[in-house]
Design a protein around this ligand. Structure first.
Ligand code: PLP
Length: 385
């Protein structure tokens, strides 16, 4: 006597993939400069890309020098434990190295959290209009996403706490959030952590932390001592200007770090990223300049929106979402996005974030912001039928 045979998998390999994988809506990145150049026959230098929250100052010269010095060693595997970068981060943040997990971008760390704590029958809570990677990472693990409505486009922490059900074991919070730019004050986050059940992992994604103006600064790192369920993530992609290298990290409880390290690839951060990030961390002057350019550029963009009579969501990041007035009750954001592309300006549509009337604009150099505003003014005037 043998057990009833399990039904065979479908013959088509794609049909045999778990249903939750097929249900994923792929991440939509900002349009690359090279792609628009190909499509329009423009020179790449004539295109302004303000679509992916990249640093308009480029990268730190110290990071660049470190990369050049590391090139001859590329035949070797990277240091899988990232000792040099972890010790620099440990010194910077005043935490032991066991509390640090390195990622191939902080995106990688978010995926590790999902791999370690989510799965079928489990759920993650995140806000409407929050970073797209949270639902993606959740779905990829066969877990359920619980989307909480936003308040003035920002995180409603009380509602998020109320949305926790018996399956919920991860909460994702982006502070500031992308693409809305909204910020939850540090004191409110701290109170939230005290109120959340201790078995629920709280991911505090601080990708834009370095851009906070002085009056909004807070330090979440000391909270780690009281909350074993807190995972802070940071990145070298934004203020440190290393988006193309892919490096980010988590600060968390040592045992949580141990779990995350079990699910990561052994060499998830490449050699150039490791050495460049360590050098960038030591270039406070570059980060200070990036911060200053961002504040000035944010004023340039928002003053321009004001002149054009456009509303925007006040932002604490290096980007701002501007509202495109509707025409005859229908959204014009996609049409305006296309108009801007024809004028060589790439911004980011955010309809996929349930914001069909907004376009997200990354803060650029003064000349880039000016180009964007001029294109926006012309595109708004063009009023297609
Ligand atoms: C850009 C961004 C990240 C960082 O992504 P990397 O993988 O580190 O490049 C993380 N979270 C949010 C909210 C972001 O906008």
């Amino acid at each position: 006597m043998s057990a009833a045979p399990t039904p065979p998998l479908p013959a088509d390999p794609c049909e045999a993939a778990p249903a939750h994988i097929g249900a994923i809506a792929p991440y939509q990145p900002g349009k690359p400069i090279s792609e628009l150049a190909r499509e329009l026959g423009f020179a790449e230098r004539d295109i302004v890309k303000l679509a992916s929250n990249e640093n308009p100052l480029g990268m730190s010269p110290k990071a660049r020098a470190a990369i050049e010095a590391a090139l001859p060693e590329l035949a070797r595997y990277p240091d899988g434990n990232g000792f040099e970068l972890k010790s620099a981060l440990a010194a910077r943040h005043g935490v032991p190295m066991e509390r640090i997990v390195l990622g191939n971008g902080s995106n990688d760390v978010l995926e590790m959290v999902a791999a370690a704590f989510l799965g079928p029958g489990r759920a993650a809570v995140f806000s409407a209009h929050a970073f797209a990677v949270y639902p993606l990472a959740t779905q990829a693990r066969g877990a359920r996403g619980i989307v909480v409505r936003a308040r003035d486009y920002g995180h409603d922490l009380a509602a998020m706490r109320g949305a926790l059900d018996a399956d919920a074991c991860v909460i994702f919070i982006a502070n500031p959030n992308n693409p809305t730019g909204t910020l939850v004050p540090g004191a409110e986050l701290e109170a939230f952590l005290r109120a959340v059940p201790p078995h629920v992992i709280v991911v505090l994604d601080e990708a834009y932390h370095e851009y906070l103006p002085d009056h909004a600064r807070y330090d979440s790192v000391p909270w780690l001592a009281r909350h074993r369920n807190l995972v802070i993530t940071r990145t070298f992609s934004k203020a440190y200007g290393l988006a193309g290298l892919r490096v980010g990290f988590a600060l968390c409880d040592p045992q949580v770090a141990d779990l995350l390290n079990r699910v990561r690839q052994p060499f998830n951060v490449n050699s150039l990223a490791l050495t460049a990030a360590a050098a960038a961390l030591g270039d406070a002057e570059f980060v200070r300049r990036s911060h200053e350019r961002n504040l000035a550029g944010m004023r340039e963009l928002t003053a321009g929106f004001q002149r054009l009579g456009l509303a925007w969501i006040p932002s604490y990041g290096n980007f701002v979402s501007v509202e495109v007035p509707r025409q005859g009750g229908t959204s014009r954001a996609e049409a305006l996005y296309q108009e801007l592309l024809r004028r060589g300006v790439i911004v980011r549509p955010v309809a996929g974030y349930a914001m069909p009337d907004h376009l997200r604009v990354t803060v650029g150099l003064a000349a880039e912001n000016e180009r964007c505003l001029a294109a926006l003014a012309a595109a708004l005037r063009s009023r297609p039928a």
